[in-house]
Design a protein around this ligand. Structure first.
Ligand SMILES: Nc1ncnc2c1ncn2[C@@H]1O[C@H](COP(=O)(O)OP(=O)(O)O)[C@@H](O)[C@H]1O
Ligand SMILES: [Mg+2]
Length: 488
């Protein structure tokens, strides 16, 4: 069959693609049409993106689509729209993804330009998502406000990773200025058909930041070609930034993001995020309130039902060994080794801006970054007081003695080297040592084949065995000791 025009596409409403029942058309971009659809098996709405029909006839396209969609679907990040499925039916190629209800940043910008903290916050979220894709070798190629979907609470999800690449090259659409992608946001190298890398996405994100701050794109014209030429030659019109009072430090970051030569830009999203955070601090601004407060989150089950329902359950429950409280402190005289004693409050430097925070804080008071990294979104279980249930590890020895770290419900990796969420130095700690996570109302710890083992209350864990933790448990990672507490 194959659907080439609007009437044909509208005829999809009421029909099914795979198990997805098309409910209504929600939007159309340059290359595709997006529908809201219902998925009966999971009783939820999804967004189905239908690609142009003429591609489906082309076997090279179909092969490439499958390859590319597979790698994009593997990206899992809080700021990337999850892809549920993709497929082909009756000559219609489609991608099924999460349905995001709050509209796009494009819609938001039609109402008004954003304040500096709002704009920087969205751009940081987009940069976090891009960073994940870049580390998997995927370049977005179409970073623009219409591809930034917003949940109602302001959480941003990037969509359409690699779609431009899927569509590119299979048709004659890749002449200068007429390629896939949106010329207003395209880097000079992309606009002129040269190879692109992560720095091209960083450029486009700079144009989005400019647009968000001023309410207009920096370079516009009637024809795509003229727009591309402006991206190549014209300086960024900073006067528009100054008119709306954008602080100097932010302007500087923006200039570097949108440098004409990729080598003059930020080379990674991490460097960009750091620069934006510093610029915000230098301008004495903080991220918007809603990012620094605790968000209401859906709770899969009542926490009251979940908490404490497994007293004594778990691998040791009937083994006669038990994970009993230790009777002797491991380090005589150490106050905080007494089970359930509150460890002293210490300061924790923010991972992003370096500001000192009390260790019981979830969010940095200077820049709003979650102190236990970006995982607050995973905190689905809440305690009776309505706050998410978190874990705290308080380190007892080594030069990190006295430090406490809070952890969200997502898996936390613990080890000696970079790349772990909690890095504990010490010769007896393995590069990848253990894993801590929350599941079904309880915290669990597992040793991941460390050389010197993980102990809970002096009992050694089997490798990869999940052991439930109790408040006040004493954990040893090799020779390093930590106290575990449940916090909410
Ligand atoms: N996952 C989604 N959930 C809700 N709406 C979406 C989703 N994906 C896309 N849309 C809507 O469909 C519109 C068209 O999307 P698309 O075809 O990607 O074109 P463009 O990105 O150029 O707007 C978007 O602008 C957005 O309003
Ligand atoms: Mg899109």
């Amino acid at each position: 069959m194959g659907l080439d025009n609007n009437d044909d596409l509208d005829s999809l409403v009421g029909k099914s693609l795979g198990q997805f029942r098309i409910v209504e058309r929600i939007g159309a971009g340059g290359m595709a049409t997006v529908f809201k659809a219902y998925q009966p098996t999971l009783d939820r709405y999804v967004a189905v993106k239908v690609l142009p029909a003429y591609h489906a006839q082309d076997p090279i396209f179909v092969k490439r689509f499958t390859q590319e969609a597979r790698s994009v679907a593997k990206l899992q990040h809080a700021n990337i729209v999850p892809i549920h499925e993709f497929g082909e039916q009756d000559g219609i190629t489609y991608i099924v993804m999460e349905y995001v209800e709050g509209g796009t940043l494009k819609d938001r910008l039609k109402q008004r330009a954003l304040t500096v903290p709002e704009a920087v916050d969205f751009v940081i979220q987009a940069a976090e998502g891009l960073g994940c894709a870049h580390s998997h070798g995927i370049i977005h190629r179409d970073v623009k406000p219409a591809n930034m979907l917003l949940r109602k609470d302001g959480h941003l999800l990037l969509s359409d990773f690699g779609i431009a690449k899927i569509l590119e090259g299979t048709t004659n659409l890749t002449r200068v200025g007429t390629g896939i992608g949106t010329p207003q946001y395209m880097s000079p190298e992309q606009g002129t058909g040269q190879p692109v890398d992560r720095r091209s996405d960083i450029y486009s994100l700079g144009i989005v930041l400019f647009h968000a701050l001023t309410g207009r794109v920096p370079f516009n014209a009637e024809s795509p070609l003229t727009i591309t030429v402006k991206h190549l030659n014209d300086p960024l019109p900073v006067e528009y930034l100054r008119q709306v009072g954008v602080p100097q430090p932010i302007e500087q970051v923006l200039l570097k993001m949108t440098a004409k030569a990729p080598a003059d830009r930020y080379q990674t999203t991490d460097a960009l995020i750091e620069a934006l955070t510093r610029a915000l601090t230098a301008a004495q601004l903080t991220l918007p309130r809603w990012r620094t407060g605790l968000q209401p989150v859906g709770s899969p089950a009542s926490p009251a039902d979940q908490l404490g329902v497994y007293p004594g359950a778990g691998p040791f429950a009937n083994s006669g060994v038990g994970l009993g409280r230790i009777s002797q402190p491991l380090t005589p005289g150490s106050q905080s080794m007494i089970p359930n004693a509150k460890p002293p409050m210490v300061t924790v430097p923010c991972f992003r801006c370096g500001a000192a925070n009390q260790s019981d804080r979830l969010f940095c008071t200077s820049c709003g970054y979650e102190l236990s990294d970006k995982w607050a979104a995973y905190d689905h279980y809440k305690a009776p007081n309505g706050r998410p249930i978190l874990a705290r590890l308080s380190l007892q020895n080594g030069y990190m003695a006295g430090r406490s770290y809070l952890f969200h419900q997502v898996v936390t990796t613990i080890g000696r080297t970079n790349g772990n969420d909690l890095i504990i130095s010490g010769r007896t700690v393995s590069r990848r040592h253990a894993r801590l996570w929350f599941e079904g109302g309880r915290w669990y710890l597992a040793d991941v084949n460390s050389a010197n083992g993980t102990l809970i209350n002096n009992l050694r864990l089997q490798p990869n065995q999940a052991v439930p933790l109790n408040d006040g448990d004493i954990i040893n990672f090799g020779d390093e000791t930590a106290v575990f507490n449940i916090v909410y």
